[in-house]
Design a binder for this molecule. Sequence first.
Ligand code: TYD
Ligand code: MG
Length: 454
Amino acid sequence: MSKAVVKFFCKNCGHVAPKWLGKCPSCEAWNSFTEEIVQKSTTSTKQLWGKSNGQKSEAIKIQEIVEGEEQRFILTDNELNRVLGGGLVSGSITLIGGEPGIGKSTLLLQLALQLKRKVLYVSGEESETQLKMRAERIGIINDECYVICETSLGNLLSYLKSDTPEILIIDSVQTMSSDLIESPPGSISQIKECTAELLRFAKESNVPVFLIGHINKDGNIAGPKVLEHMVDTVLQFEGDRHYNYRILRTLKNRFGSASEIGIYEMKGNGLREIENPSEILISEREELLSGITISCAVEGIRPILLETQALVSSAVYGTPQRTSNGFDLRRLSMLLAVLEKRCGFQLGVKDVFINIAGGMKLEDPGLDLGIVASILSSYQNIAIDSSIAFSGEIGLSGEVRAVSRIEQRISEAEKLGFKEMMISKYNKGIDSHRTNIKLIQIGKIEEAFEYLFG
Ligand code: TYD
Ligand code: MG
């Protein structure tokens, strides 16, 4: 016997309350509660104690567990292999989140077509003809790629029993619904139930499952964080709509590093992997312009050289503007304050605009030195030689601090033909004989200024 009851869920964190609340007591978000109908079982947890369903659970010693190498499918898409930590683990469940139109369906349909394995693509959003049109655009043929347009989880699971694929793709988890739950598709209890059910399928059948999830306005995977901790891997597909570059970022990975990125370019015929991002992120320049520098950042374990641009001009209004594209605005304010207070540049009366080329958004503090150099170059209106690359973090007292993976950064700059590289003198243990690049090791911003413009 079961009866329907109403509960209130926080859209942000999944907190459950018996009545509507203005502010979530768990994550403190305002106005985040929605009403949902859920089934309530008459057996409460209290009654479970002392009861069992006949199966006995048994604990074993951790020492006695035989360590088996987890089985991985090596995918044809190297970027995806990288973000998954070296291939797709059997029986794993991966959630791919992203804004509408960013290319999630394209990425996974392309994967389904590239793999010469039996793949089932479940679409709750598009019709078979739409999928076919997309597949024609991508232009790869896989005889073993099956599609099914289905939104009922029950129907899908009974289909899977009779015909199990080697990889299952669900587009999207928000469109699936289970008959056991009263609330509509896309509601928190539905998403949780469907994910739990698919998780059970993945673990029992050892079939890897990809779930596509939409992102809501705040950038969270729609539905709550609960989904993120149920699955094994969470990937985020992001990018600027105005550019063709897309970044696939690992947010969580039970089978590998959670700080990897994969870079793609959206072309007319699907997504193309970009193996050497540095080559496309540095634009060809005929003449030297002030305010442009090349920085070497590291994302995950991969060094990327990219162009940072700054424009410093006299403020027209009382409050100077600070605008940044691809670089954290608060960090920019901090760098400007350091330049003003520690080095005496009168930037308080200037408008400052920053742009990272290619619509990239990176968080590496190693970009600081390049940003500062481009600000100073624009401020002085003197161009910086295009054969020099920068990598260093700026501290609050104007010191240039050491950055991680310096040797990889240096070798990437060398590979791309840079002659000089400005780094922190606190980066120890660099074998300068091994590289042909001239290293300029500095400890303070003033030294950089002296070297570049002195
Ligand atoms: P889509 O995969 O539908 O996005 P999502 O599933 O994340 O909502 O991507 C759609 C966008 O990509 C759409 O604007 C068209 C574009 N696109 C290409 O540029 N080239 C292609 O080959 C394909 C299939 C789509
Ligand atoms: Mg889609």
